[in-house]
Design a protein around this ligand. Structure first.
Ligand SMILES: Nc1ncnc2c1ncn2[C@@H]1O[C@H](COP(=O)(O)OP(=O)(O)OP(=O)(O)O)[C@@H](O)[C@H]1O
Length: 931
């Protein structure tokens, strides 16, 4: 057991090359079981408690820590060997149990015990904090315990009036701050190494810590910096041995200078602090007002350390990179902002000059101003709306698209109106300018007159102002409508809009509204939000760089519905309203933008899902699907040459004849548009390109065959993907052929409706993935047939229930394909009548039409697609509602010639002309319609 008396001081050797300084917290690992440190602690505690009973037991423990001596230093820290390269640091790998007093350094620190802490590895650590330097004159070693038998405590002595000390302290602080800045910059530059990262928060704390130290803490600050500096063990021992604060500061400043210049070798530092100017302000104010900080620290704020900016000058904005703001200012000037925006920008720029660069607000404002500078406020594409515009547009449309005559005609009309309105607007603009000049002149005259008090002159400007207002109002109203191209996928909506842009010579930008769910996506987030951005419209304008592009609002029908994130379609209303869009406000930009020069063209696959107010603002041009004939023409004239070019083939290297194109259309695609057709033609071209290249490389070009046969198509594209629904050859009661538009892939096709009856109690079973509307139309048909069973001759008496004792099952085959819509109502009713009467419907006959509960057959949509599908499926006769007569006029001739189209008034008679069971005119006379 160690023996202690009050004149001795227990000493713990620090191993692993560590040096403890006053003010620094250190952890000393406690060896397991029976450690001498434990004995030492308990004895020291017992002795301390004896001396000062009742105090904090930890405070009672008196200890010192001593580092291992270096063979390269003398007992007072003087360097014995100058060339550190020759140093061998193996002396530091000591076994604590074999230490002798000779192994210990002559200086150490007394410590305060903070506690004992367990570690995750199961061992314990003693936490101590250095208190004061201590010089050991004599050390004793007894049973592995060390004690200083003769020692001298050396607390820091700082003379607050010593100018040399004050200057040294100011220099130490400045260097310490500079080191933090340099560390921050270097960690920023070497982001790839996470170990070298100094977070902004930590850098700020360090700077604050340094700033808060005052002259009486000079020695502590020097110790703190020596502790964090990357210096050798000997240098640390030297700092420990520097009892004089002056000497210590000199040594630490020297070490700091070396460290800083070493780090600065690779880059130049322009910013030296991370403490916000306001805090520095506050600090200097506090000092000025004598709020606890000694005035001796004041010179610090005015000092000018080598290589850095004086910290006190930071609030004057000197440390900002002026080129950033200047550059931005120039960009903003060049952007030609409207007066409102210019005022806003000026204010923000002024504000920005007082901000800390790198701060959050600074970068937010910077990004915002950059966005504003990039918006094309006044940049426009030069107009090409001249007398030749329409001819050029016509040629462009014909070059890019086959068929679509009606649509092209409508687009030409649109461009003609755009041109006329523009010339009217140009005239108006001229008149407005003239009127404005006139008003300015009259105002000047009025002022003159007012000076001379002439009452007559005052009336004239009022007349002129009214004229100006009228002119301005006319200009605002004379805007062209927004076009909506609606139709199934791949029918050329996007490419038509592109052709419009080409014909007008304007830039084109496409905005996909498909995934837009929130209003801010259209109108932007307020710039105070984290990672706020402008909306899609402003982003589009920034991208194209002009204020008069053609913007395609693609898939406007897929725009999200109103939610807690706002209603995107409401924001769209403002964009599309010619009355409002000259002052469109994006939340991020925060100032109105004129969208009136933009030509907006929207596209949609269906109109039902577009909110009515939005639909109302647009003029719809419907693009129906293509017939096989049209597809063939498009493929031959456009898609084949296009795909050949795309695959590096020149004319004549691939020949696809009509039969081959038809095979691709019928067997490999089922769509209203031509997108898949283009893809399949692309596959064929690619396969031929490989064949051609191989033949050429092998020197056997003569063996290459450019013609593609139907067999080749099968080999290249694989097994036929689609087999058309073919009309039945025979029929049974209860089976009717209906028509659908936009079935799989948006094509028209036929649909079989099968009804069977069985003994039961009047139940109706529906299968075949029927949608709610379709189910309802079955119910309507059944109710009508039940209600008129007697008139139709299906029951012998008017009181008989036709469903009595039976149940029915309605099924539509292709059960995996969902079906919906009311247009099969008539076919359901005919199928039921057919079932109950036992009369089959001719198999080559198909029908479509919605029925009401009164038995009226009403118009349905998608006639063109349905009839094309019917023709393809081998249907000969089609029954259509009388109201759909108008749709037949636009049908391609191959459809009108290939089908016997009958508009029904008396459907039953058309289906069963020879039947005897429904000819009682008297009975039918009561019906409102002749289903
Ligand atoms: N009448 C046509 N003549 C020539 N090519 C056409 C015609 N119609 C469509 N195409 C071509 O079909 C492809 C698909 O057209 P586009 O992308 O314009 O379809 P879309 O109607 O916009 O489809 P979606 O609704 O899916 O966006 C384009 O390559 C286009 O050039």
């Amino acid at each position: 057991m160690a023996r202690f008396d009050n004149s001795t001081l227990p000493v713990i050797p620090l191993t692993r090359g560590s040096v403890l300084f006053p003010g620094i917290v250190h952890r000393i690992p406690l060896p397991p079981n029976g450690s001498y440190i434990s004995h030492l602690l308990s004895n020291s505690h017992a002795r301390g408690a004896l001396n000062s009973p009742g105090g904090n037991p930890l405070d009672a423990i008196q200890l010192a820590c001593v580092p291992i001596a270096s063979p390269y230093l003398g007992p007072n820290g003087q360097l014995l060997l100058r060339d550190s390269d020759q140093q061998d640091n193996t002396y530091l790998d000591v076994d604590p149990s074999n230490l002798t007093t000779d192994d210990l350094f002559g200086y150490g620190v007394t410590v305060r015990v903070l506690g004992i802490q367990g570690t995750t590895s199961g061992s314990a650590e003693l936490r101590v904090e250095g208190v004061s330097r201590c010089k050991f004159k004599a050390l004793a070693n007894e049973r592995q315990s060390f004690e200083a038998t003769d020692y001298e405590l050396c607390p820091d002595q700082v003379s607050l009036t010593d100018k040399k000390i004050r200057d040294l302290f100011a220099s130490l602080k400045a260097h310490a701050q500079e080191l933090v800045s340099v560390l921050r910059v270097s960690s920023f530059l070497s982001r790839s190494d996470p170990k070298s990262l100094l977070s902004p928060l930590l850098a700020q704390r360090l700077t604050m810590f340094i700033m808060k130290k005052d002259l009486k803490d000079a020695g502590l600050l020097a110790d703190f910096m020596a502790n964090i500096l990357d210096i050798s063990y000997e240098e640390k021992l030297q700092v420990l041995a520097a009892v004089s604060v002056k000497a210590r500061m000199t040594k630490v400043i020297e070490l700091l200078q070396r460290e800083i210049s070493g780090m600065k070798g690779n880059f130049s530092v322009t910013t030296v602090t991370t403490v916000p100017a306001q805090i520095l302000d506050r600090l200097s104010n506090r000092q000025g007002k004598g709020m606890g900080l000694p005035t001796s620290a004041t010179p610090l704020l005015n000092m000018s350390p080598p290589g850095g900016f004086p910290p006190g000058s930071q609030d004057k904005g000197n440390n900002k990179d002026p080129s950033d703001i200047e550059l931005l200012q120039k960009k903003l000037e060049a952007a030609n902002l409207p007066p409102d925006a210019a005022k806003l920008v000026e204010r923000e720029l002024k504000h920005m000059k007082n901000m800390m660069p790198g701060g959050n607000e600074y970068s937010i404002t910077m990004t915002w101003l950059e966005t504003l500078a990039e918006i094309p406020w006044a940049t426009v594409t030069e107009e090409r709306l001249g007398p030749e515009t329409l001819a050029r547009a016509r040629k462009q449309f014909d070059d890019d698209h086959c068929g679509l005559e009606k649509v092209k005609k409508r687009l030409i009309e649109y461009l003609a109106v755009l041109r006329l309105k523009q010339s009217i607007n140009d005239d108006l603009e001229e008149q407005i300018n003239a009127a404005e000049e006139e008003e300015a002149r009259l105002n000047a005259e009025k002022e003159e007159a007012a000076k001379e008090e002439d009452p007559e002159a005052k009336e004239v400007p009022r007349v002129n102002s009214a004229k100006l207002e009228v002119l301005r109002a006319r200009r605002a109203v004379d805007k062209s409508p927004i076009l909506l191209l609606a139709g199934p996928p791949g029918v050329g909506k996007t490419s038509l809009a592109k052709s419009v842009a080409t014909a007008l010579g304007r830039k084109f930008h496409r905005i996909s509204l498909g995934g837009v769910r929130d209003e801010p996506e259209i109108r932007g987030h307020r710039r105070t939000y984290v990672s706020a951005m402008p909306g899609v419209i402003v982003q589009g304008l920034r991208k194209v760089g002009v204020s008069n592009p053609v913007i395609l609002l693609d898939e406007i029908d897929k725009l999200g519905k109103a939610s807690n994130m706002g209603d995107p379609s409401a924001a769209m209303l403002e964009v599309l309203d010619p009355e409002q869009n000259h002052t469109f406000t994006d939340h991020y930009v925060g100032t109105p933008i004129d969208l009136s020069k933009v030509v907006f063209i929207a596209t949609a696959n269906e109109l039902d899902s577009i909110p009515a107010p939005l639909l109302d603002r647009m003029e719809t041009i419907y693009l129906p699907g293509y017939t096989t004939l049209e597809k063939r023409a498009i493929a031959t004239k456009h898609l084949v040459p296009k795909q050949m070019r795309a695959n590096g083939l020149s004319q004549g290297q691939v020949i696809l004849n009509e039969a081959v194109v038809s095979k691709i259309i019928d067997s490999y695609t089922r769509e209203s548009g031509v997108r898949n057709l283009e893809r399949e033609i692309g596959s064929v071209c690619r396969a031929k390109a490989v064949e051609y290249a191989e033949a050429k490389d092998g020197g056997q070009l003569e063996t290459y065959r450019p013609e593609v046969t139907e067999q080749d198509v099968e080999e290249i594209l694989g097994v036929e993907t689609f087999e058309e629904e073919i009309a039945e050859k025979t029929s049974r009661p209860g089976i009717v052929t209906g028509l659908v538009a936009y079935s799989s892939g948006g094509n028209g096709s036929i649909l079989f409706i099968e009804v069977a009856d069985m003994p039961g109690s009047g139940n109706v079973q529906l299968t075949g993935r029927l949608g709610d509307v379709l189910k309802e139309s079955v119910e309507v048909a059944l109710s009508w047939v039940k209600a008129h069973a007697y008139e139709l001759g299906l029951t012998p008496q008017s009181t008989t229930n036709i469903m009595e004792g039976r149940s029915i099952h309605v099924h539509c085959p292709s059960g995996s394909i969902p079906k919906d819509g009311p247009s099969s109502g008539m076919a359901q009713a005919i199928a039921l009548i057919s079932l109950f009467s036992g009369n089959p419907v001719p198999p080559s006959m198909a029908m479509t039409g919605e029925i009401s509960l009164r038995g009226r057959v009403t118009a349905v949509g998608g006639i063109k697609e349905k009839l094309i599908g019917a023709l393809r499926a081998g249907v000969k006769t089609v029954l259509l509602p009388a109201q759909n007569r108008k749709d037949i006029r636009d049908l391609p001739t191959d459809v009108t010639e290939g089908l016997n189209i009958l508009h029904i008034w008396d459907a039953i008679r058309l289906v069963w002309p020879d039947s005897q069971w429904a000819v009682d005119e008297k009975k039918l006379a009561g019906l409102e319609s002749r289903l």
